[in-house]
Design a protein around this ligand. Structure first.
Ligand SMILES: [Zn+2]
Length: 276
C-alpha cells in the first residue's frame, strides 16, 4: 500500500510538474503574442495567420493552367501551375519554406493539388507502367538550413488520394553540389544545374509528375526531366504552386519589360508586373 501511495505521490508530482511547465510555456507564449501579435503570412496584417482577404484572393484565382518560362529551356516538361508568383501567394511560399510557417501547407497544398491534377490529366495513355510523383530534390545545404524537406511534405499532402499516383521521393537526387539558384540569371542557373541530378534506374518506363514550388527560369524542371528521361522514363510532366513571369530587356531600347510577358496559362487576366 505504501508503495502504491509512493508511486501515486511520485506520479502526482510528475503531473504537477508537467502542468507547471505547460502553464509556464503558455504564459511565455501569451506574452510573446502580446509583444508580437500574429500576422497574416500573405499581407502582414495583424490578427490571423492567414486572413480572410488573402483567403478570398487565393479562392478567386483561375484554375491551374499550363505554364512555361520565356525563353523555354531545352527539355522543359509540360508544366501546370495554379497562381502567378506574386502577392499573397508569393509571400506564403517564402514563409512556408524559409520562415518556418509550415501551417501554410493548408493554403498551398490545395493549389499544388490542382496543378498535380492538371498534369496527371495530361498523362492519360502514357502511364501504363506506373505514375510516380517526385518532388525536385533540394540541396543538402538547404535541408540542413531548414531542418526538414518542406517541398516533399507539401507534395505528399497535395497528392494524397489522387488516383493512380505513387509517391516516389527517392526517384531523383542531386548527384553533386550546386550553388543557391536564387541570385543566378537563367543562363547561370542552367549551367549550375547542368547534369547535376540523377534518377533511380527503377524509374525506367514510368510516367513521372515532377513537383516544385515555383517555376522561374525552368532550369530546375528541365534538368530534373533530363535526368528522368535519361533513366528511361516514358513521359515527364510537372506541377507547381506558382509560376513567375520573366523580366526581359527589349533588345532595341533596353527598357525593362517586366510584366509584358505572362507565363502561359496562368490566369486569364492582365496582371501587374512581378516585383523584386
Ligand atoms: Zn492577409
Amino acid at each position: 500500500m505504501r508503495a502504491v501511495e509512493a508511486a501515486a505521490g511520485e506520479h502526482g508530482w510528475m503531473v504537477n510538474a508537467r502542468a507547471g511547465l505547460r502553464g509556464s510555456f503558455l504564459a511565455v507564449r501569451a506574452m510573446t503574442e502580446l509583444a508580437m501579435p500574429v500576422r497574416c503570412a500573405g499581407c502582414a496584417r495583424p490578427g490571423a495567420p492567414w486572413c480572410a482577404s488573402c483567403r478570398a484572393a487565393v479562392g478567386q484565382l483561375p484554375k491551374a493552367g499550363r505554364a512555361a518560362p520565356t525563353p523555354v529551356p531545352s527539355g522543359f516538361p509540360r508544366t501546370w501551375a495554379s497562381a502567378p508568383y506574386e502577392g499573397a501567394v508569393r509571400r506564403a511560399i517564402v514563409a512556408y519554406k524559409d520562415e518556418g510557417r509550415r501551417d501554410l501547407a493548408a493554403v498551398l497544398a490545395p493549389l499544388l493539388r490542382e496543378a498535380v491534377v492538371g498534369a496527371v490529366g495530361a498523362t492519360r495513355g502514357t502511364a501504363a507502367h506506373g505514375l510516380w510523383l517526385v518532388a525536385v530534390p533540394s540541396s543538402s545545404k538547404a535541408r540542413v538550413r531548414r531542418g526538414d524537406a518542406p517541398l516533399e511534405a507539401l507534395a505528399r499532402r497535395a497528392a494524397y488520394g489522387v488516383e493512380g499516383l505513387v509517391q516516389a521521393p527517392w526517384a531523383l537526387a542531386l548527384g553533386r553540389g550546386v550553388a543557391d539558384q536564387a541570385r543566378l540569371d537563367h543562363r547561370a542557373r542552367a549551367a549550375n544545374l547542368s547534369r547535376a541530378m540523377c534518377a533511380d534506374p527503377a524509374s525506367a518506363g514510368r510516367t513521372v509528375v515532377l513537383v516544385d514550388d515555383v517555376v522561374t527560369t525552368g532550369a530546375t524542371l528541365a534538368e530534373a526531366a533530363r535526368a528522368l528521361r535519361d533513366a528511361g522514363c516514358s513521359d515527364v510532366v510537372a506541377a507547381c504552386v506558382a509560376a513567375t513571369r520573366r523580366r526581359t530587356t527589349h533588345p532595341r531600347d533596353g527598357v525593362d519589360r517586366a510584366g509584358e510577358r505572362r507565363t502561359g496559362g496562368i490566369g486569364r487576366r492582365v496582371l501587374p508586373p512581378v516585383r523584386g
